[in-house]
Structure formats: structure tokens, C-alpha cells
Write a protein that binds this ligand. Structure first.
Ligand code: ZN
Ligand code: ZN
Ligand code: ZN
Length: 648
């Protein structure tokens, strides 16, 4: 088959599958969950199908200047602010750190954020340009811009300082006297405005959600309104430990691991996943940015010290979200390889011992930030076909290949690790792949099976104000492993909803009244009002290996447009008038919600209305869904969102 370059994972899988079939071999002979990835690796090597290592692009002031020129074109000529931000961010990432070219790129980006009214971001970039090697004779421009930013933020003392500095700096510029006099008189006007207005404290962001009940004594991220239960039929699942009302916040969870999708690399922090228009770049690669130096350092020790060299190969191989997430789990769990032996000691010997209901617990606690909870997430290994497992084993072998060829991951274990005897016998180890490689491959394979059943998307609500209301679109920016949220089963009529706040922190809120003892149900992307029952059943079976028995599936509820409307069927007597009055108010405020109204009073009314409907009206009923959607819209406009000035 020869040595083919830059093969995508899908091509490698296709070619090796064909090779195995033509050679009269069977997938079963290669079951990597039984004997490790060693034999698949050998076949890939013999057939020349192992992926090539792609090295990262080095920083270069010349390419930074080209990117900055593209940014200028986008900003000045095309009036496309977001495109300009993209190019300037790339220009900053490509520049030699702390040089003049980098300072120029920061300065140019500060002009875009200034134009967007994102003054805090603009100030940060100006500070970086000024403390970098920004040319002295141009500094007056930046100081003026920063003064205007402070003025817009009502921080007039700082604005006045900058305007005074401007006057000192402009004398060092190359401008003629006439021009200098003109600019000075403009600054005098701005200074006058500043002295006539008093400082106000900067606007603080809306409050971060808080749990509606006391914290759980044993679930790190959840309130005591929920419990983790186990049954042989349902496995681990989550139930209400108390009566829960619509709008209650039940859990606030930080992921064990999360990744950005490559198209989000420019505008989101690689560590916390917050949107950031004043990012700092990785000091060694051109593509990854962070919201500040703190996130950059945390990211480096958590995963990026390995990924910095690894990502170019992964991207060239066309790794998808689940594959990127699987690698990130391994890096975080092993602290970039440093604790690899420790991980083996804890998990390979123990894996058979823990009873199913205690799997994932550490000292009777369920901790999202401890690897244990992630390790024991469902893999559905027993339900998978041998073809499926062969495919994932092939991907794992390719990942291990680039991990060992392009990074220092394995240097901490000297390529040799201690494993229990039974495991040593289990894995076939050939000369090119050491036991450490095969064990790492086994872990990657495990995550390649558990991530698709457990990962959640990280989304951002994108908002474009139009003349009459808001245009909104939820966009996926990345994926994450939330060990607690992963325990929640699916319903096509979910009683909770998830939203990501502050980047990758997920908040679980109730959107039904849930009785004590009832199960908590999330939605895995197949909702009764959107997808037909046959579509739902088919996808849930193929991705999650179960048959849904929710009321919407059992009673075959219609899609949204056909949901019963008009006069409801009451399940109680004596509440008709109250429901009617509340419904009238609901229809009146629906327009405000479509326009982006999210006040606490509005949300409170919506949750009360939903409770009233829940207790008195038979479902399915359209207004019940409308009310849930209204609550979801309010929550999503408080969660990760970005308001665009215009649609490009
Ligand atoms: Zn960050
Ligand atoms: Zn890097
Ligand atoms: Zn269902």
C-alpha cells in the first residue's frame, strides 16, 4: 500500500478494514478491548497506514505582518469587525513573543474592540502593546484610545490621566504643529467632559446562578435535592431527594475535561472556554489562545505542554470532538504523563473490584474533579459490534503513534510501566510498542467508547438584534465530560435543562415540577416536540444503546406544531379561573421574552405559571411546552452568549 501521507483517520480506518477483510482475517482476532492495540498497530505499520507526524508552524514576524495586513483589509475596507478580530488574533499568535510586531498586532486589535464597544478588552490590548515594544512616536494614539475607553466606562480619573499623557506623548510624534494643535484641542474637549461628570462604579456582570437548596453531602457539584441511585436495569441514575420546582438550580458542575472545536480556537480560552477578544497566545504555537496569563499557565500544566506539539498532527488527521476529548482526558488524568504510573496503579488493579453502585465514588463521595468518576463512566463496551471496537482500536493506535512520535508524554515512565500480571498477559506487546504505549492506548480506547455516550456540548447563544426582536442561534463551541451530569438518564420530555455559564461550567435547572423520588431526566438531543418518535428511538439506540420509554414515546405525543392547543383538559377542578388568568398574562409577556427580556420577575412568573399548568392541566398541551421554551430562552440569554452588532 506504500507510504501515504496526511491520511485522515477515516481513510486509515477504511483502508485497514479493507486490508483485514482481503487478508481473510476477522475483526474478532484484533479485539483491542481483549488484547490491547498492539496487533492493530502492527498491521497499521506493515501496511504503511500509520499517520504522519505534523509539526507545528513556528512563530514568524513576517507571517504575523501578513495576517495583520489581512486584518487591516477586513477592518478598514470590508468593515467586517469579526473577521478583523480573527486576523489580528492570528497575527498576535504568529508573532515572536514580546517583539514590536506583536505589539503592533495588539494595538490594531484594540481598535476593533474599541469600535465594538468592548472597552475592557481594548484597554487590555493597549496595555500589552504599550508595555511591549510599541513604537514611541505612535504611542499617543493608543493612550488617546485608552482614555476614551476609560471615559466610556465612566472611569474619568483614569481617562484624565491618559489624556494628560497624550499631551506629553504627542510632542514626541512625527506630526506637524498644526495637526498637534488640532488633536490637543480635541483632547481638551474630552477632558472637559470628564471633569464635568463624576466617576461611577463599573457595571458588574449579572449574577452567577446559585444552588436552590443546600449542597449535597456527597455529590461535589449538586444540591441535596438530588440523589444518585443504582438499579441493575437503569444503572446509576439521578432522582429527586426532595420536591423540586421549575427553575430550581440543582447542580453547578465544572467538567473533568473539556475541549474547544478547532473553529473556536481564535475567540475562546483553551483553558476555561470563555469567549475572549483580548486573548494572549500560547508562547510556542500559533493557534491556541487564553483569556489571560493565569489560564495560559494552568492550561500548560493541565494538558497544553503535550498538546502544543500534538495538536498539529491531530488536526491533520481530522480528529473530531470525541477524539480530542479522549486525548485531553488522558492528559489531565495523568498530568501530562507525570502521574501515568500512579493512574495504572489505581485503576488497572482495581477495575474489577468496585461494585457497580460504588463505581466512580472516592470515599463515598462523587467528585467531578477526581479522575475516578470519569474512569467509570459507561462505555457500552458489551453492546458494541466487533467492527465498532476495531474502528476505535485503530483510532487509538493512530493517536498513540503521534503521541509517542511527537511529544514527551512517555518520557516520565521511561517507556516501561508496572502492571498487574493478568494485565501483562492480556496485552500483546510487540517490539515497536512498549507496554506503556499499549496501556495508554487501552485508556484512549476506553475514552473513545465512553465519550460519545457521556460528553455534553458546550454551547454559546449568538444573538443578533433585529428591528423587531432578537435573532438567536445556539452554536456549539466545544465538548466536555461532566461526570455528574453524565449519570442523568434521557427522556424525550426532559424535566431538567443544562446551560453553560462562564465558559465550560454547566448549570442544571429544573423545567418541570418533580416529585420526591422521581427520576431526573435530561435530553440527549432528541426532543419529543422536534423529532419524530421513530427517529428518536433509532438514534438513541445506535448512539446510547437503549430504548426510550418516556411518556412521549409510549403515548406517541405529536410534534410541536400538532400539540393540542386552546382550552386545556383539566386534571383538577376549581383551578380553571386561576389557570386562565395566568395563561392570559403568559401570552402578554411572551413578546417581551422574544425581545430578550430576562428579568428575575419574568423568570419567576414563568416558573410559577409552569407549576400551575403542571398541577392542573393534562399533557401534552402546547402552552406547557411554550412556557418551558420561554424559561429556556431566559436562561440561555443569561448563560454563555454573545451579542453581535450586525450579521455579516
Ligand atoms: Zn480562560
Ligand atoms: Zn501551544
Ligand atoms: Zn422518549
Amino acid at each position: 500500500m506504500g507510504n501515504m501521507r496526511n491520511l485522515k483517520l477515516e481513510d486509515i480506518v477504511k483502508d485497514v478494514t479493507r486490508f483485514v477483510a482481503q487478508s481473510g482475517m476477522y475483526y474478532e482476532a484484533f479485539n483491542p478491548t481483549v488484547q490491547g492495540i498492539g496487533e492493530i498497530y502492527d498491521v497499521l505499520e506493515v501496511t504503511g497506514l500509520l499517520p504522519e507526524v505534523t509539526t507545528k508552524t513556528s512563530k514568524s514576524d513576517a507571517s504575523s505582518e501578513r495576517l495583520r495586513a489581512s486584518g487591516n483589509q477586513a477592518f478598514v475596507s470590508d468593515k467586517n469587525d469579526m473577521e478583523a478580530l480573527h486576523f489580528y488574533t492570528k497575527a498576535i499568535g504568529s508573532a515572536i513573543p514580546n517583539g514590536k510586531v506583536m505589539a503592533l498586532a495588539y494595538a490594531n486589535r484594540s481598535a476593533v474592540t474599541f469600535a465594538l464597544g468592548e472597552y475592557g478588552d481594548s484597554i487590555k490590548d493597549i496595555d500589552r502593546a504599550l508595555s511591549g515594544n510599541y513604537p514611541d512616536h505612535l504611542k499617543y494614539k493608543l493612550v488617546e484610545r485608552r482614555g476614551k475607553c476609560y471615559s466610556a466606562l465612566s472611569q474619568y480619573d483614569k481617562a484624565l490621566d491618559d489624556f494628560r499623557d497624550f499631551k506629553a506623548l504627542i510632542s514626541k510624534s512625527n506630526l506637524g504643529k498644526e495637526k498637534i494643535d488640532l488633536l490637543n484641542s480635541q483632547i481638551d474637549k474630552l477632558m472637559k467632559e470628564c471633569t464635568e461628570t463624576s466617576n461611577t462604579s463599573p457595571i458588574t456582570n449579572s449574577e452567577f446562578p446559585r444552588l436552590s437548596h443546600d449542597p449535597s453531602p456527597y455529590i461535589q457539584c449538586a444540591s441535596n435535592a438530588v440523589d444518585i441511585k443504582f438499579s441493575p436495569q437503569m444503572g446509576r441514575h439521578v432522582v429527586a431527594a426532595n420536591d423540586i420546582f421549575p427553575g430550581d438550580v440543582l447542580a453547578i458542575e465544572k467538567p473533568f475535561a473539556s475541549v474547544l472545536l478547532p473553529p473556536s480556537y481564535d475567540f475562546f480560552c483553551d483553558f476555561c472556554k470563555k469567549r475572549c477578544h483580548s486573548s494572549v497566545p500560547c508562547l510556542y504555537c500559533c493557534d491556541i489562545v487564553f483569556c489571560n496569563e493565569v489560564c495560559r499557565e494552568k492550561s500548560w500544566s493541565s494538558h497544553h505542554s503535550i498538546e502544543c506539539d500534538l495538536l498539529p498532527s491531530l488536526i491533520a488527521m481530522g480528529c473530531d470532538k470525541m477524539e480530542l476529548l479522549s486525548i485531553r482526558i488522558l492528559l489531565i488524568a495523568t498530568e501530562c504523563g507525570k502521574r501515568f504510573q500512579k493512574l495504572i496503579d489505581s485503576y488497572f488493579a482495581e477495575s474489577s473490584k468496585a461494585s457497580p453502585e460504588l463505581k466512580g465514588f472516592v470515599d463515598s463521595k462523587y467528585l467531578s474533579d477526581d479522575y475516578c468518576s470519569t474512569h467509570y463512566l459507561e462505555t457500552n463496551c458489551d453492546s458494541r459490534s466487533s467492527e465498532d471496537i476495531f474502528r476505535r482500536g485503530t483510532i487509538s493506535a493512530c493517536i498513540i503513534h503521534v503521541l509517542k512520535e511527537s511529544t514527551d508524554f512517555f518520557k516520565f515512565c521511561d517507556f516501561s510501566v508496572d502492571v498487574p500480571d493478568d494485565l501483562y498477559r492480556k496485552f500483546t506487546v510487540d517490539s515497536d510498542l512498549s507496554l506503556a504505549h499499549v496501556v495508554a492506548g487501552d485508556l484512549i480506547l476506553r475514552y473513545l467508547m465512553s465519550a460519545p455516550c457521556n460528553a455534553h456540548e458546550i454551547a454559546e447563544m449568538r444573538v443578533w438584534p433585529t428591528r423587531n426582536d432578537l435573532e438567536t442561534e445556539s452554536t456549539e463551541i466545544g465538548g466536555a465530560i461532566y461526570p455528574f451530569h453524565s449519570l442523568i438518564n434521557h427522556s424525550c420530555d426532559p424535566n431538567v435543562v443544562r446551560h453553560a455559564f462562564d465558559g465550560d461550567i454547566v448549570v442544571l435547572s429544573s423545567i418541570q415540577k418533580i416529585k420526591k423520588g422521581d427520576q431526573i431526566f435530561d435530553n440527549y438531543g432528541y426532543h419529543h416536540a422536534i423529532h419524530d418518535v421513530s427517529i428518536r428511538q433509532q438514534h438513541l439506540k445506535s448512539q446510547y444503546y437503549f430504548t426510550c420509554e418516556c411518556p412521549a414515546c409510549v403515548d406517541n405525543w405529536p410534534l410541536y406544531q400538532e400539540l393540542p392547543d386552546g382550552t386545556p383538559f383539566y386534571t383538577t377542578t376549581g383551578f380553571e379561573k386561576a389557570v386562565q388568568a395566568s395563561s392570559e398574562k403568559f401570552s402578554n409577556i411572551l413578546t417581551n421574552i422574544k425581545n430578550g427580556e430576562t428579568s428575575d420577575e419574568t423568570v419567576k412568573f414563568l416558573t410559577q405559571h409552569l407549576t400551575l399548568l403542571h398541577q392542573n392541566v393534562k399533557r401534552p398541551w402546547k402552552e406547557y411546552n411554550q412556557c418551558q421554551e420561554a424559561i429556556k430562552q431566559c436562561l440561555s440569554l443569561k448563560a454563555n452568549h454573545y451579542v453581535f452588532k450586525k450579521k455579516m
